[in-house]
Design a protein around this ligand. Structure first.
Ligand SMILES: Nc1ncnc2c1ncn2[C@@H]1O[C@H](COP(=O)(O)OP(=O)(O)OP(=O)(O)O)[C@@H](O)[C@H]1O
Ligand SMILES: [Mg+2]
Length: 293
């Protein structure tokens, strides 16, 4: 290299979907692409001297059936024309569905931040791109996912407890994440940060809320149980849902991890939910087939 030469990181050629944000002056530079997920492409971008994160959503037809099911069930649409169009899978319906899906993540981020849950701070939502805080580690780099790390048993127990408390805070704010796992939690310098919320659901208005809450809590248990096996015997999900259903759940409710299931009726309810799920999954499959045709 020539003496005195200073390598400048001018970033990468901006992808097409980010051009409108550059024109609007919301983004100055696109530094690099972070991991590409199932639903979105994520970039590190520069905005007025700050480093931020831009999440560019993929189209509906590229997302999975499973997500479409839980999502279709959940979304409260603003008017009946929209609702009918979404049910029929017309172009207007698909567009409504698409923007509802994307803005659901923005809504959830604001709602959860207000409830004291540690989520990335949203800055803007423009043309299907969410601009938000870049969650960083102590060195200022994009924070790793829990899945990329190993934990001592003590830290695993501590993080499990911290994240259960976040789940409780979310539920107290009426939200179930719906896809919480070691892949959607980053470890920042100030602790765990929950990300990826487009499928977050309204706990009160959705028949699947219980099943999704239990699955979220089981995912935490399974992950941290690899490092602290005694966690595998806990039943925090049932305990949390039971308190919630009885109107007794508070952000700081004491939890034990123990739960005794009341017999009979529960099984029947479970079977009915399964039948309902299968029906909805098929409906969503049909809807998506129409979308890709
Ligand atoms: N605010 C953020 N700060 C730092 N990194 C982030 C942020 N948001 C997302 N990422 C990174 O980008 C990846 C994909 O983001 P996200 O999970 O929101 O999208 P996705 O398409 O749903 O991904 P997947 O399908 O893999 O779950 C994350 O695993 C994480 O590594
Ligand atoms: Mg994700």
């Amino acid at each position: 290299m020539r003496p005195g030469f200073v390598a400048q990181n001018a970033g990468m050629k901006p992808p097409k979907r980010l051009l409108p944000l550059i024109e609007e002056g919301l983004i100055d530079t696109v530094d690099r692409q972070l991991m590409s997920g199932k639903e979105a492409l994520v970039y590190v971008v520069g905005c007025g001297g700050q480093t931020r994160c831009a999440k560019v959503y993929k189209e509906a037809s590229r997302r999975s059936f499973r997500q479409a099911v839980d999502y279709t069930e959940n979304r409260k649409v603003k008017n009946s024309r929209q609702a009918r169009a979404m049910a029929k899978g017309t172009r207007f319906g698909r567009e409504s569905q698409e923007s509802a899906w994307q803005s659901a993540e923005v809504d959830a981020l604001y709602r959860l931040a207000a409830a004291g849950v540690r989520v990335p701070r949203p800055y803007n939502f423009c043309d299907g791109v969410l601009l938000m805080e870049l969650v960083t580690d102590a060195a200022g780099n994009a924070a790793p996912r829990l899945n990329d790390l190993l934990f001592e048993p003590d830290l695993a127990r501590e993080l499990h407890a911290t994240l259960l408390r976040e789940v409780v805070r979310m539920l107290c704010a009426g939200v179930v994440h719906g896809d919480l796992s070691e892949f959607n939690i980053l470890l920042a310098s100030d602790g765990p940060v929950i990300i990826d919320l487009p499928q977050a659901i309204d706990a009160a208005g959705n028949n699947h809320a219980r099943r999704m809450l239990l699955r979220d809590v089981e995912n935490l248990r399974g992950f941290f149980g690899r490092f602290a096996p005694e966690l595998l015997a806990t039943l925090y999900g049932d305990e949390i849902w039971d308190l919630f259903e009885r109107g007794l759940l508070l952000p700081d409710s004491a939890l034990t991890g123990r739960f005794v299931r009341a017999a009979a009726a529960v099984d029947l309810e479970g079977v009915l939910v399964e039948i309902d799920d299968a029906r909805l999954e098929e409906a969503a499959r049909q809807l998506l087939l129409q979308t890709v045709r």
